[in-house]
Design a protein around this ligand. Sequence first.
Ligand code: SAH
Length: 225
Amino acid sequence: MSEGARPDHHRFGGFISQRSQQRLLDTLRAKGIRNEDVLETFAKIPRHEFVEEALRSRAYEDTALPIGYQQTISQPYVVALMTQLLLTGRERLKRVLEIGTGSGFQTAVLSRVSARVFSIERIGALAGRAYQKLGSLGIENVSLRHGDGANGWSAKGPFDGIILTAAPRRVPDTLFSQLSDQGVLVAPEGSNRQQRLLYWIKQDGIALRHQSIDVVFVPLKSGQA
Ligand code: SAH
């Protein structure tokens, strides 16, 4: 195809999306994402499928976008960083718990680095939409639940990775009890406007805390909607 005859920006699945996806990969690399397995997931998962039609042309920008219900699909760099941290020292995971399914994009990323993924979303309409989307993309190793994720999902644990995509002031203790030994928990922690991305590695029953970057996430809320 000649330079002058590009398909329009809304024809996804084609030339433009591949090119903007490639550009996003370059951005993630430039920002320090080194894990090739993580980068590979970003090359494989169509992020434009997880945002509404009107925002599709922006799906491969490195930015958070609204998904309705005052929630957002997380910034790609943050999704990549959290996944890289979750994998710390491991090539693949067996069982991951995600709290805050949202659009399901992070869930789809996790489904490629973990044998099983369990994800909880408190807003029923988002949980339903993510269920449809993941199904339509043929992703089968994910179990979704509509509910308050603050108490985890003990019946399915222990997990070798737990990830929160909404920010609590303090990560609830019960989540650490569902983390297996050598497991990693990744979460933003802080006030509504300002949070620090933290990760804990559990060793001999003790979770050691490490700090990453400053982030802005929607707050972890209690109850379901
Ligand atoms: N990873 C998602 C992030 C969505 S925003 C994505 O990229 O699309 C965070 C999500 O966490 C929101 O959908 C919000 O409804 C959900 N959430 C907030 N508190 C929750 C809780 N206690 N339990 C489960 N989900 C929660």
